[in-house]
Write a protein of this length. Structure first.
Length: 345
């Protein structure tokens, strides 16, 4: 037993000596060596080049496994999302990466578009001993059993969707408030009839927003028709196809279209233009997520902006809370009014 302990001690001393020698040869601090070789210092300057050259000269490399064993903290946060191309996920990534980097942490990303794949990504991140886990459930995914299993030992925050576990924290956008500000805005423009192009029918979020749309329409005494309101993909093609069918018929047509995503809204606007209808003079259009596409459409698109900065800050704050103290934070969105609804009836 004594010999084993001595060998372990000697190995640790050798490792410490190596990083010390690298720091001395590069004429930087040990902390700088650690950040450069771990990838946390991304600036490629003379300091970084000196550190890499010194490490190569001394044949030194970071032993991540040993580092993890020496500490219960890995300085890593796991993030599971359905896709990196969805506007909400993409903008959340843009917000969270710089914040985590400032705190000298690393973001480990798992992408899964369905329940089975997301469960695999969660297990993989847990196996890597992340310090906390943020999960955005895929459409129709219900991760209750998996999140319940890890909730007692690992801080977990769910973002959006139906709450999967009462033992994990959650940050969500107040969708009722989102739909209320959209319909109120249209009512203030003098609109009397509205169509709604919802997201996928199997999604809890889509079903919830669909119900809220009808609630707010009744509250503001506006009209809609069942055949105007459809579920479907959040894509430009879907918006184009639906609008072509909706506005090609010589029947009663809506004065405004509310879309569950900016991509749908863009497709609607392309279809309206091809039919000779003007936005907003003939039809008002509203999107959701305030993605970059909303600022580049012609005319620029009015869209609901989720509070991405607050979502990130609240999720990271909740991760720092001890497991077993779950909380649910609901955040109000903002309506960014642009020219697509800048017309008074």
């Amino acid at each position: 037993m004594a010999r084993t302990t001595d060998n372990a001690s000697a190995s640790a001393t050798s490792a410490n000596s190596s990083i010390t020698n690298v720091a001395a040869l590069a004429n930087v601090s040990i902390a700088t060596v650690s950040r450069v070789l771990s990838g946390k210092r991304t600036k490629d300057d003379d300091i970084a080049r000196r550190v890499r050259a010194a490490a190569a000269h001394l044949n030194y490399s970071v032993n991540y496994a040993a580092s993890a064993l020496r500490s219960t903290v890995t300085n890593t946060i796991g993030l599971v999302i359905p896709t990196a191309t969805d506007p909400f996920c993409a903008q959340l990534l843009d917000e969270i990466e710089p914040v985590i980097d400032v705190d000298s942490q690393q973001l480990l990303l798992g992408i899964g578009g369905d329940q089975a794949t997301q469960l695999q990504r969660i297990e993989s991140l847990v196996d890597r001993h992340v310090d906390g886990l943020i999960v955005l459930p895929a459409w129709g995914a219900y991760l209750s059993e998996e999140l319940e299993h890890y909730a007692s030992t690992l801080p977990i925050v769910q973002v959006g969707g139906r709450r999967c576990s009462s033992r994990t924290s959650m940050v969500s956008v107040d969708e009722n408030a989102a739909m209320e500000i959209v319909i109120r805005h249209l009512a203030e423009r003098g609109i009397a009839s509205v169509a709604y192009m919802a997201g996928k029918e199997i999604s809890f979020e889509s079903a919830e927003l669909f119900a809220m749309f009808h609630t707010q329409m009744r509250a503001h005494h506006l009209n809609t028709e069942a055949e105007w309101n459809k579920f479907g993909d959040r894509s430009v093609q879907r918006g184009f196809d639906c609008a072509m069918r909706l506005f090609s018929e010589p029947l009663v047509q809506p004065e405004a279209v509310v879309c569950a995503d900016d991509a749908i809204a863009f497709g609607v606007m392309v279809a309206l233009h091809s039919l000779g209808l003007r936005v907003p003079q003939d039809v008002l259009v509203v999107g959701y997520n305030d993605s970059p596409i909303a600022r580049t459409t012609m005319p620029p698109l009015t869209s609901v902006r989720p509070p991405f900065k607050r979502i990130v800050s609240e999720a990271l704050r909740l991760l720092n809370d001890a497991p077993g103290s779950p909380a649910h934070i609901s955040l109000a969105p903002q309506l960014i009014v642009r020219e697509s609804t800048n017309c008074q009836r």
